[in-house]
Design a protein around this ligand. Structure first.
Ligand SMILES: [Zn+2]
Length: 387
């Protein structure tokens, strides 16, 4: 029935059938190992640990010993399905109907992993050479805490003496159609809480109490009073959002004793999590009639970064253009990704399939998009190794 299914599409389907919800390996890495080994890849599946989190298995595969070294990175773990009865196809069945593959992880990002593997193997099957090395860095801990995944996999590979020259991460980057968008950086993320201490009392005896909500509102207004910045050539303006306010007071005749707000900032390359934390402190300290408050800055593992347009960005962009006929927008939008770790080792860009259904019920990917992505990766391989 699927006699004409491409290697990339078939591998995506087989990966979708592995129920690899973080931190479960689900058979996905074993499948990749089995596919790569016959082609001479040296494959390792290191398991990483961290106190307080589940152990997670990862995969490192390398073909070749010389440079230059092209890396394809990705993850096989997926987010939970949610209510399975809400899905129109079983999320781990890998159903293919009318040119669409359904299932959790189909677009985020088993298609990206499968397309990269298929691109390399198709190239080899066609008699192509790899005058250098190809490395796959595949983690099972991207959608979870991301502590036992790419960060440690990079350290592990570096400890073995490996160096990388360029990395393509196959996250779904296209909003509508293949060729829309490539990511050359990501904004950073900083979370914070503010707790205000007041004096609880009777609403009719307000002079005997001190309402923390008034003070909290002044602090919140000060944080939002002026924009953090106006954006930079490759980034949107940094943005602060309050995400919850907690007072926990059910009685209308009681002035509460404490109030707190939580928030998150997505910031561009004008800031680091440290300079941004200083800016928050500066803004709060300037408030009139400043209440008793405590600012908590959560540790950030996501600084803003940019892979500046240059030879590697050009190379992948040209590959996209040669296959789709469209020049992709170079973007830094969206949430964080493992590119934030990889960028410390080599230039990294992100390009994958269309991301419309990622993390949703009825996640799915068009088979034709998987095949287009494979063709783009294959072109990038040829360009990278100057073939
Ligand atoms: Zn992803």
């Amino acid at each position: 029935m699927f006699a004409d299914l491409s290697r990339a599409a078939a591998l995506t389907r087989d990966l979708v059938r592995c129920a690899s919800v973080t931190p479960e390996e689900g058979g996905a890495l074993a499948l990749i190992e089995a596919v790569l080994k016959p082609y001479g890849f040296d494959v390792h599946r290191p398991v990483f640990s961290e106190a307080g989190t589940a152990d997670v298995e990862n995969l490192h595969a390398r073909l070749g010993t010389e440079g230059p070294v092209l890396v394809f990175a990705g993850h096989t773990d997926v987010v939970p399905t949610g209510d399975v009865s809400a899905w129109s196809r079983a999320p781990f069945e890998g159903a293919i109907e009318d040119g669409v593959l359904w299932g959790r992880g189909a677009c985020d990002m088993k298609a990206g992993v499968a397309a990269a593997i298929a691109a390399v193997l198709d190239h080899l099957d066609a008699g192509g050479k790899i005058p250098g090395s190809v490395v796959f860095l595949i983690t099972g801990d991207e959608e979870g805490p991301a502590l036992n995944g790419t960060v440690k996999l990079l350290e592990w590979a570096t400890a073995r003496g490996e160096r990388f020259d360029g990395c393509i991460l196959g996250e779904p980057t296209n909003p509508q159609a293949m060729g829309d968008m490539m990511k050359i950086g990501r904004r950073g993320s900083l979370s914070f809480d503010i707790e205000v201490e007041g004096v609880q009392g009777h609403v009719a005896y307000q002079h005997l109490a001190k309402n923390p909500i008034d003070g909290l509102m002044r602090l919140m207004a000060a944080l939002k009073a002026t924009p953090l910045d106006l954006g930079t050539p490759h980034f949107l303006p940094s943005n602060l959002e309050f995400t919850t306010i907690e007072v926990g007071n059910k009685a209308r005749n009681v002035i509460p004793g404490a109030a707190r707000v939580e928030g998150n900032i997505r910031f561009n390359d004008l800031w680091t999590s440290v300079t941004l934390g200083e800016e928050l402190k500066r803004r709060l300290a300037g408030v009139n009639d400043v209440p008793d408050y405590r600012l908590v800055l959560h540790p950030s593992n996501a600084e803003a970064f940019l892979t500046p347009p240059g030879p590697f960005v050009e190379l992948v962009s040209e590959a996209v253009q040669s296959v789709t006929g469209r020049k992709p927008e170079l973007s830094t939008t969206g949430g964080t990704s493992d590119a934030r770790f990889i960028r410390n080792y080599c230039p990294v860009i992100e390009f994958g399939v269309v991301g419309q259904t990622m993390h949703k019920v009825d996640e799915r990917v068009a088979i034709s998009d998987i095949d287009t992505l494979t063709a783009i990766y294959r072109r990038a391989i040829e360009r990278f190794f100057r073939l």
